[in-house]
Write a protein that binds this ligand. Structure first.
Ligand SMILES: [Zn+2]
Length: 393
């Protein structure tokens, strides 16, 4: 594992040491990237050690990439190295099944690493606003680490998110509002309560955990990039983390440079701040009023890392698009019935977006694409049943 060299601001490039816990850039409030000295890892021989080490020394899941993660003892529940499922109908479409993670969603990766670092720093009380799955993941890893978790989430999150957080022993506050309201409550109380704010992009390590999705999808494709990556975008940390992984892999000579995938940010028409900003060629998003969608993870009216995502979408030649909930629900039903895959509503936004870009000619049948199912459909049975009109008689 490499030593952290410094933290670098994603906006003004200021650097600080990682010796003590950090939140955001003190100069401009930008999110921090973790920077290492990776010079000892260059070349494909080092890359190929990853698979061998994972087999021999049992570094399972996302910790197979420990050579590019901070040098600390992990708090792990077996997250990462999720299956890449090939579609039965579209031979070049692959679904990255993040529902297979501990706690049933991609949030496990970022919070495994963030809680690992929190324990390393000796933090004892963490707090987070969540649209749902981050709450469950924080609660689980905090329980595993013996750290207190304080969670604020909208009162209409999928029931599973509430139950799991309670069962893991977190202090849960249900809020009559959106994640932005929850975030405000954490900000107001954290100082008095002595909480460390582990919100999306307000601490540097959730990106680091999520970046393993980028390493993983490339390794699972034989260390090659796909043409495009479809990513359901709420807070957008995964998109930012994967792009960081691509940059690192190119620096390390682990992948051929110059042909990075088009990044496709997918939202719901009921909450699409990144899509609107992308279409207006804006550098940041504006707060989305009256955000409403059954894809609860996409109900983020103003993502903190919007400026980074918009840059990445441009640089990658990608696009941001939003689909109405009815279209997302149709795609969810279609994939369940015809592929045997029960997507989360957010994952179904990605499959619906693929259908759309396929029809418009943005992608061809020969383009190999990876669609992220960010969570298990089974975590959403109440919201999906309601959207689909399923009742027990
Ligand atoms: Zn800064």
């Amino acid at each position: 594992m490499p030593k952290i060299r410094e933290l670098e601001c994603s906006r003004c490039k200021a650097t600080v040491s990682a010796e003590t816990p950090r939140t955001v850039c003190p100069k401009c409030a930008g999110a921090f990237y973790v920077r290492y000295d990776l010079s000892g890892l260059k070349g494909r021989a080092k890359r190929d050690e990853i698979a061998r080490d994972a087999t021999v020394s049992g570094w399972a899941g996302m910790w197979r990439y420990r050579s590019v993660l901070p040098e600390v003892e992990p708090v792990t529940l077996g997250e990462g190295w999720t299956p890449m499922l090939r579609s039965r109908r579209y031979r070049n479409v692959l679904v990255k099944e993040e529902g297979a993670n501990a706690t049933g969603s991609f949030k496990a990766r970022g919070l495994a690493l963030a809680v690992t670092m929190a324990r390393h720093y000796g933090l004892t009380k963490l707090a987070v606003p969540s649209a749902g799955n981050a709450a469950g993941a924080l609660a689980a890893y905090a329980a595993a680490a013996g750290i207190e978790a304080n969670i604020f989430m909208p009162k209409d999150v999928p029931f599973a998110n509430y139950v799991e957080a309670k069962m893991y022993g977190a202090n849960v506050t249900l809020v009559d509002g959106l994640i932005s309201d929850c975030g405000r409550m954490v900000a107001e109380r954290k100082e008095k309560e002595g909480w460390f704010d582990i919100s999306t992009l307000k601490e540097p390590f959730r990106i680091e955990g999520k970046k393993t999705m980028g390493y993983e999808l490339v390794e699972q494709l034989g260390w090659e990039y796909p043409e495009a990556v479809f990513y359901p975008t709420g807070g957008g940390v995964g998109l930012i983390g994967m792009w960081k992984a691509f940059v690192e892999m190119e620096e390390l000579g682990w992948v051929k440079p110059g042909r990075r995938p088009k990044m496709i940010a997918v939202q719901s028409s009921g909450c699409a701040p990144v899509v609107r900003a992308f279409e207006e060629h804006a550098s940041v998003s504006k707060m989305w009023e009256n955000a409403a969608t059954f894809a609860s993870g996409l109900r983020v009216p103003k993502p903190y890392g919007d400026y980074i995502m918009l840059e990445i979408l441009q640089e990658s030649g990608g696009v941001a698009l939003a689909l109405p909930d009815e279209v997302i629900l149709d795609s969810l039903k279609d994939w369940a019935k015809n592929e045997g895959i029960f997507l989360s509503p957010e994952g179904a936004a990605a499959t619906a977006a693929y259908d759309h870009l396929f029809k418009t000619g943005f992608l061809t049948p020969e383009d190999r694409v990876v669609l992220f199912n960010t969570g298990a459909g089974l975590k959403y049975t109440d919201v999906t049943a309601e959207a689909a009109g399923i009742e027990r008689n």
